[in-house]
Design a protein around this ligand. Structure first.
Ligand SMILES: NC(=O)c1ccc[n+]([C@@H]2O[C@H](COP(=O)([O-])OP(=O)(O)OC[C@H]3O[C@@H](n4cnc5c(N)ncnc54)[C@H](O)[C@@H]3O)[C@@H](O)[C@H]2O)c1
Length: 259
């Protein structure tokens, strides 16, 4: 946390993104709340402005599948708060019947976000460094018969985070990358009638759901621990736990450097 800590949180009109926004505001961050849901996002921001002050939080209508929306959001944030030093790539969907949309939102969104974060925060581009936290899932490590596309997208986020989290990017640009990988959270993502997966309600009803506030603490933990490339699993059973796969694959370390 600096005197001028400024965050962008995607998909923050509800659910985990809203909880992360509140957690950051409580820490003294200024936050740009972004979402595709304009009415809900704006009324959430009005509520937050009453609680944290009118200058603490703004809204940006942003579809993470559109790079230009994300760029406009970075510009608005820097224009309003003078800087940006944290991006939380949180927006996500479960929509097995629409694999392309699933990949667009869950993977292309964070890819655009990581690239823009390096552009706006990276020291090689005149920035002061910062942090990017991707919201993955335990689905980033585990298979699921009912959710192959969702789990593929979340596995990809682990690879994205761990690749950007290698020392190269931190040393070069001062930008640290981490991922929060929650197990089941009590949000609407699995309740959307349009995207519901048959049988999944049976599975989720048997799971012990976490509150979004509990999972949001994982973002604060990454900010405190500052382990670049760290993938923090959050579960009701085991709390907050970094899980890595590098140890088992030490012999296969990929040392390819960017051009
Ligand atoms: N709920 C869970 O069990 C669970 C578990 C692990 C990980 N996650 C991840 O947590 C993140 C937040 O999900 P949630 O559980 O709060 O669900 P949610 O459905 O309550 O919230 C998702 C938010 O993302 C927004 N969104 C959807 N498409 C978007 C787009 N194209 N651009 C911008 N915003 C968009 C939605 O409008 C919504 O506000 C997701 O990445 C999800 O995959 C959720």
């Amino acid at each position: 946390m600096t005197d001028n800590s400024v965050a962008i949180v995607t998909g923050a009109a509800q659910g985990l993104g809203a909880a992360i926004t509140r957690a950051l505001l409580r820490q003294g961050y200024k936050v740009c709340v972004t979402d595709v849901q304009e009415t809900k996002g704006k009324s959430f921001v009005q509520e937050l402005q009453k609680e944290f002050g009118p200058g603490a939080v703004i809204f940006s209508l942003c579809d993470v599948t559109k790079e230009e929306d994300l760029k406009r959001t970075f510009d608005l944030t820097v224009g309003t708060f003078k800087t940006v030093n944290l991006l939380v790539n949180n927006a996500g969907i479960v929509w097995e019947q629409n694999p392309r949309k699933t990949i667009d939102v869950n993977l292309m969104g964070p890819i655009f976000g990581c690239q823009l974060a390096l552009k706006y925060m990276g020291k090689t581009n005149g920035g002061k460094g910062g942090v990017v936290i991707n919201i993955a899932s335990t689905g980033g490590f585990l298979p699921a018969a009912a959710l192959p596309c969702y789990h593929a997208s979340k596995h990809a986020i682990i690879g994205l985070t761990r690749s950007y989290g290698l020392p190269y990017h931190l040393e070069r640009d001062g930008v640290l990358f981490g991922a929060v990988c929650p197990h089941f959270i009590d949000t609407d993502i699995l309740r959307n009638p349009k995207t519901l997966v048959e049988g999944l309600d049976v599975v989720t009803n048997n799971q012990s759901m976490m509150s979004p506030d509990y999972v949001a603490q994982g973002v604060l933990k990454i900010l405190e621990d500052r382990i670049s490339g760290g993938t923090l699993v959050v579960s009701k059973e085991k709390g907050y736990q970094y899980i890595g796969t590098q140890k088992e694959l030490d012999d296969f370390t990929c040392t390819v450097k960017p051009l």
